[in-house]
Design a protein around this ligand. Structure first.
Ligand code: NAI
Ligand code: UGA
Length: 467
């Protein structure tokens, strides 16, 4: 078992550190924010992630997981140092802000007194491994301490972070020192995942290319959704029909309000910026970003096409977080939608099962007029006297709402389903004016799963609907 230091206690740092401790290693997580560390020591997590609190508690209790703000304490005897600090968008051109990575590398150099492997887990521009090497060398000054640098990008998703970390599709390791990469590979052996060992630049690019590809799938299906809507097809069924083709796959073909969160937006921007800097014209990446931006505007367009004006109207917003099972509000579509609605004279009633406090903070920070925003305790309270409801985040509990009850308390029965959560015929049956995303047609009955026993010819010919 190994002694490990993880720098940064955000999503990636905390999940990485806790999972590595759970695998039997001794892990110290370090952060520069004293308050975060104080709270972590009391068992209070800075993020909401299903299952994480219990796992942190178990490993702290077992003495395998510690938290500190002291680099000298965290680096003592450690063999592996994971850098998992934030790399947000840094400038108007979209480049990544590397200040936090550079500062972590400087702090490592100031305190390191023995050989260790420095592992870059943050998503960093191609060439950052070299940057980390240079910063550490410069700051070691004349001290003779050797170290290796390995790139090991992370592919976990918020909301399913523990499962993703423990069951990765692959582990990517990049280094110019194969021996160091092999040592890191040994840390992950028990996960039984394919390990892609490559050079530093390629490993760094695999991360950006993966995120950009997934974002491209989303913008692609959103563009198809627009065409569906105009021509009378249903994008949900189109995605099902496409998804059965193994070369395409069903994942990341959910049309909706576009991607948000702390990664896709900033990573597509950063990749486009890298290409721009290299003298290229990444047209596809720019189209992906443009489509994504327009997607959230659709809510306002659809609302005004039904209500004529938003002036004086009450709009109910279901869901604030950028996706379900997280309280993360970074680049959440809800922020733009609430801002635009209030700017056009509407008042907003909103509810999110988890992101109420982070939602309030994010809306305030982004300059939304908070006198026009009310936070409610459930979806039914949101609907009261509302002129329209908008589903922004597809939380599970919204799937089983009593639509009759919702309809009864609303002023006008308008439902904009920004995540295509509902069967439109069912919603219309309750008297709603329903608008999904890319849902031109009246859907046919649901498709039967292929394993369904004894399907008749008639049944197998029913194509359409969801799963
Ligand atoms: N959030 C996610 O789901 C995923 C994020 N990533 C990447 O991982 C990196 C980290 O992302 P998050 O965990 O979301 O960031 P975050 O913003 O949630 O957390 C970063 C943490 O690092 C700390 N920090 C900053 N500079 C420091 C320093 N010099 N020393 C010690 N601590 C320092 C901050 O105080 C903060 O607690 C980013 O590059 C991101 O792109 C990769 C995969 C998934
Ligand atoms: O680099 C990262 O940080 C991470 O970014 C994403 O993870 P995450 O942002 O947590 O969430 P996703 O589930 O990928 O969703 C991202 C956004 O795309 C949207 N989305 C997703 C899928 C889809 O079909 N349609 C769609 O609009 C979601 O609503 C959400 O706003 C990637 O899925 C992870 O592999 C990656 O590690």
């Amino acid at each position: 078992m190994s002694v490990i230091c993880v720098i940064g206690t955000g999503y990636v740092g905390l999940v990485t550190g806790t999972c590595l401790a759970d695998m039997g290693n001794t892990v110290t997580c370090i952060d520069i924010v004293q308050e975060k560390i104080d709270r972590l020591k009391q068992g209070i997590l800075p993020i909401y992630e299903p299952g994480l609190e219990e796992m942190v508690e178990r490993n702290v209790h077992a003495g395998r997981l510690n938290f500190t703000t002291s680099y000298s304490e965290a680096l003592k005897d450690c063999e592996f140092i994971f850098i998992a600090v934030n790399t947000p968008t840094g400038d108007k051109q979209g480049g990544a802000d590397m200040r936090f990575v550079e500062s972590a590398a400087r702090s490592i150099a100031q305190e390191l007194d023995h050989y260790a492997i420095v592992i870059n887990k943050s998503t960093v521009p191609v060439g950052s491994g070299d940057l980390v090497t240079r910063v550490i060398r410069e700051n070691l000054a004349n001290r003779k301490v050797s170290f290796s640098v390995v790139s090991n990008p992370e592919f976990l998703r918020e909301g399913s972070a523990l499962l993703d970390f423990q069951n990765p599709d692959r582990i990517v390791l990049g280094s110019s020192e194969p021996e160091a990469a092999h040592k890191v590979a040994r840390l992950y052996l028990s996960l039984r995942a394919p390990i892609v060992a490559t050079d530093l630049y390629t490993a760094e690019m695999i991360k950006y290319a993966s995120n950009a590809f997934l974002a491209t799938k989303i913008s692609f299906i959103n563009e198809i959704a627009q065409i569906c809507e105009r021509l009378g097809a249903d994008v949900k069924e189109v995605a099902v029909g496409m998804g059965y083709d193994k070369r395409i796959g069903r994942a990341f073909l959910d049309a909706g309000l576009g991607y948000g969160g702390s990664c896709f937006p900033k990573d597509v921007r950063a990749l486009a910026h890298m290409a721009d800097e290299a003298g290229l014209h990444p047209q596809l990446l720019h189209a992906v970003m443009d489509i994504n931006h327009d997607q959230r505007r659709l809510v306002i367009t659809k609302l005004t096409s039904i209500l004529e004006t938003l002036q004086g109207k009450t709009i109910g917003v279901l869901g604030l977080a950028f996706k379900p099972n997280t309280d993360d509000m970074r680049e959440a579509p809800a922020i733009d939608i609430i801002r635009w609605a209030t700017q056009q004279g509407a008042t907003v009633r909103s509810y999110d099962p988890i992101a109420r406090e982070t939602g309030r903070v994010a809306l305030e920070r982004e300059g939304v007029d908070m006198t026009k925003v009310t936070f409610c305790d459930d979806a039914y309270a949101v609907a009261e006297q509302a002129d329209a409801l908008v589903v922004v985040t597809e939380w599970n509990e919204f799937k089983s709402l009593n639509m009759k009850r919702i309809r009864e308390v609303m002023r006008e029965p308008v439902l904009i389903d920004g995540r295509n959560l509902y069967e439109q015929s069912e919603i219309r049956r309750h008297g709603f004016v329903y608008r999904g995303i890319g849902r031109g047609a009246t859907p046919s009955p649901s498709i039967l799963p292929p394993e369904e026993a004894e399907m008749t010819l008639e049944e197998t010919l029913i194509i359409g609907g969801e799963k």
